[in-house]
Design a protein around this ligand. Structure first.
Ligand SMILES: Cc1cc2nc3c(=O)[nH]c(=O)nc-3n(C[C@H](O)[C@H](O)[C@H](O)COP(=O)(O)OP(=O)(O)OC[C@H]3O[C@@H](n4cnc5c(N)ncnc54)[C@H](O)[C@@H]3O)c2cc1C
Length: 339
């Protein structure tokens, strides 16, 4: 009762990174609240799947294992969470802001009339004083996310309804195992008690999963280009440098919108969040929506022809010059020095 729950997304029997990131965050929230962290996993052939989950500090794993629960379909997974939450009454439920989380979260929150904040960039515990009603609410989940086009950061609370639900994009939270030998309980639920047969109305007979074209999220070095790169052709300079450095290429939204680079490489609030050791920002001004996706990089190098570009204030090194001039030199000297 009153615990923190994380819905674990599965690809086959592998727990998604975003869920492991949320378990890490969930553990911290549960510590602050003095409650337990519980996880829900629903799929097919889940024997042993808890071994991926418990080391993140999970006290209880609710397993729902039945044919028809993988691949994900909306109705059975919604019924599982809705009926389980009616019994368990969690205070918080977190899930990935993924295709699945975006489908599942609103269904569950609507059925439980709980409210949901999508795409949170930070989650904290705090209190709220409702001066009008003369009430103070303790230990609320602060669901923090950019609002009004990123111009403000809003803190959203849900004082009176439970669970407090939030989705978070992959990469926003850090994934960290708490203890490989953490002791957690596993509860194997009788799926038929939670999911009516009529929920299996969709039968997935074939699935085509596109392989990712890049590994931006896990790359130790990212060379990112902005509108200042100027053209799709100039972006090739970034790919050349990335090849030398064994890096991945990212882009700002302005560069993507201009057609310089593919959309799946966009970094920022409405793109990917990356945490590389080195981030080389080429012709990027550093608007808040971009910074949101790369500010945790270890070292930031900014290449910009405007010495007052906002990104320079968070950069560790600033190269004042044009991308066309600086990048060929970087490639040339890097090649020379590594010969
Ligand atoms: C709701 C919302 C969500 C958004 N989400 C994102 C997001 O996820 N990611 C994102 O990136 N943006 C996002 N944006 C857009 C964001 O506000 C900025 O418009 C965008 O980040 C600007 O991209 P930029 O820095 O490449 O372009 P600009 O702001 O145009 O900056 C170009 C920079 O290049 C420099 N420059 C110009 N020519 C050269 C040259 N030859 N050599 C070197 N430097 C040069 C300029 O001095 C300038 O600093 C979002 C906006 C909104 C409203």
């Amino acid at each position: 009762m009153n615990n923190v729950y994380v819905y674990c997304e599965l690809e086959g029997t592998t727990v998604a990174d975003v869920s492991l990131e949320l378990l890490t965050k969930g553990r911290k929230l549960a510590n602050q609240l003095g409650c337990q962290l519980e996880a829900v996993a629903a799929g097919t052939g889940l024997n042993g799947v808890e071994k991926q989950i418990i080391p993140y500090g999970v006290d209880k794993v609710h397993l729902f294992d039945a044919p028809g629960l993988f691949p994900y379909t909306s109705l059975p997974h919604s019924s599982i969470l809705i009926n389980l939450f009616k019994e368990e009454k969690p205070q918080i439920c977190l899930m990935g802001a993924t295709v699945i989380g975006r489908d599942l979260g609103p269904r569950v929150s609507s059925a439980l009339t709980s409210g949901l904040t999508a795409d949170c960039t930070s989650l904290e515990i705090g209190s709220h004083e409702d001066k009008k009603a003369g009430k103070t609410f303790e230990n609320l989940l602060y669901q923090i996310r950019p609002a009004f086009g990123g111009n403000i950061v809003a803190t959203i609370i849900n004082p009176e309804h439970r669970p407090q639900m939030a989705t978070v994009r992959e990469g926003v939270m850090k994934k960290e195992i708490l203890d490989e030998n953490y002791k957690g309980e596993v509860v194997n639920h009788n799926v038929a008690q939670y999911v009516p047969q009529t929920d299996y109305v969709i039968n997935v007979i074939d699935r085509h999963v596109e392989k990712a074209q890049h590994n931006l999220k896990g790359a130790p070095i990212v060379v990112a280009g902005g509108y200042g790169v100027g053209s799709k052709e100039n972006f090739n300079l970034l790919f050349d440098l990335a090849k030398e450095l064994h890096a991945e290429v990212g882009a700002s939204r302005a560069a993507v919108d201009a057609g310089f680079c593919d959309h799946d490489r966009q970094i920022g609030q409405t793109g990917l969040t990356v945490r590389p050791k080195l981030y080389i920002a080429c012709g990027i001004s550093g608007q808040i929506q971009h910074i949101a996706g790369m500010q945790d990089a270890g070292i930031i190098i900014s290449i910009n022809n405007d010495e007052n570009a906002p990104i320079n204030t968070i950069a560790d090194y600033v190269i004042n010059g044009s991308v066309e001039e600086v990048l060929p030199k970087m490639i040339k000297y890097y090649k020379q020095n590594t010969k």
